[in-house]
Design a protein around this ligand. Structure first.
Ligand code: FEO
Length: 396
């Protein structure tokens, strides 16, 4: 079994197969892992479990490093089923073990499993001595559930950060220095963009709090993906940068089109952006992966939405992305909208209403073109792109 440091083992489960998470809400192109860690000191402590379907593998991994009946403490940093799913099966072996939870964790674990285990509620700064070392707890509410908590292992200087700093990434090694780090950072950013964006202010506060604690961190061990063993502070600095809302000088154009006119507008708006030195990416929302688009929006300063008008409204395929734009509460973004129409032409106005609702600053009026754009109208699209670029640069 993989050892993080002497007496600290990874006992989780690698899921090479999973391609959807949170039901079917989040794509996981590179699989995932559910990380659980066993600490053998004078007492034996387990940090988190795994998703219920992988319980057997988890128990096998656990048995390789310990007699399960010897576990004294089970720390549940978070109650979401991907980390607590195997808890009921585990507790059958150790009904008297202490289950350590935050105050909100007590509620979430009880309401998920309806069991009266031997719970111990901890708060930030509380410590439990397990022999040579201590477990110290740091509540991290809304990163990303109210119950979320980090656990720090003194002596070994390991921060078990649960979902924070995680990535949906299955790999042959659990360590960041033994895998393709470019892929890992792509997945870490996608994870942040799709899950943690609304909580960015709390992320900054939590990182500041961690720094003030002045504890040495040799390893960050999240509950998904690789363990940050090499340069662990780099992912903390990345989180700080991401939470601060720094954007690239780039634009995402996300659209759908019935007969290609709105598509053509997208291409020529892009041309105008490109001629202004702005990097852009175009996505047809009906075929692109929504979570990949969210990751691109996260990186970009601008978002331009396009839709043909149908039934006095939008093509429905725009709505899932729009729901994400509203729910994820991106900060410091700018936007506009466009679309072709046959007779009524409401879609750019509706899209702009949605941008306002998502608190994305509309910096240029929507553009609508009747049926298929002619040469002059294509020039209008190029001009739209150029004007948008100029306004966007003024906002940076
Ligand atoms: Fe990975 Fe919030 O569970």
């Amino acid at each position: 079994m993989k050892e993080l440091k002497s007496g600290v083992y990874w006992v989780g489960a690698t899921d090479w197969i999973v391609r959807h998470f949170h039901g079917y809400e989040l794509s996981t192109h590179r699989g995932s892992t559910y990380n659980s860690y066993l600490i053998k000191d004078e007492k034996t402590a387990l940090i988190d479990t795994v998703w219920e379907p992988l319980t057997d593998r988890f128990l096998e991994n656990l048995s390789e490093v310990t007699d399960i009946s010897k576990i004294d403490y089970v720390v549940m940093n978070h109650g979401e089923p991907d980390h607590s799913g195997a808890l009921p099966a585990l507790m059958e072996y150790i009904p008297n073990a202490t289950v350590i939870v935050s105050k909100k964790g007590l509620e979430s674990i009880k309401k998920h499993y309806h069991k009266e285990w031997n719970f111990k509620v901890v708060s930030t700064g509380d410590k439990i001595n397990i022999g040579r070392d201590d477990l110290m707890f740091i509540e991290a509410p809304m990163l990303h559930w109210p119950d979320s908590m980090f656990t720090y292992l003194s002596g070994k200087n390991i921060l078990f950060s649960n979902d924070a700093f995680g990535q949906h990434y299955a790999s042959s090694s659990i360590f960041n220095d033994e895998v393709d780090e470019t892929e890992v950072y792509q997945e870490a950013l996608k994870y942040y963009a799709n899950i943690l964006t609304p909580f960015s202010r709390l992320v900054i506060r939590k990182i500041d709090e961690l720094k003030k604690l002045n504890v040495l961190i040799d390893i960050i061990a999240p509950s998904h993906g690789v363990v940050w063993r090499k340069d662990p502070m780099m992912i903390i600095e990345k989180y700080y940068e991401w939470a601060a809302g720094h954007s690239n000088k780039s634009v995402v154009i996300a659209y759908n089109s019935m007969w290609g006119a709105t598509h053509k507008m997208a291409e020529f708006i892009g041309k105008g952006l490109g001629e202004s030195g702005i990097e852009y990416k175009i996505f047809n929302v009906a075929t692109a992966d929504r979570n990949d688009m969210v990751a691109e929006v996260f990186k970009a300063k601008g978002i331009i939405l396009g839709s043909s008008t149908v039934n006095n409204g939008l093509l429905t395929s725009l709505l899932p992305l729009i729901e994400d734009l509203i729910g994820l509460k991106f900060e410091k973004k700018v936007g506009s909208a466009f679309g072709s129409y046959g007779w009524s032409g409401e879609s750019p106005d509706i899209l702009i209403e949605y941008l306002n609702k998502a608190r994305i600053k509309v910096i240029w009026n929507g553009l609508k073109i009747k049926y298929m754009p002619d040469e002059q109208e294509l020039q209008e699209c190029i001009a739209f792109g150029k004007n948008f670029a100029e306004k966007m640069l003024a906002e940076m």
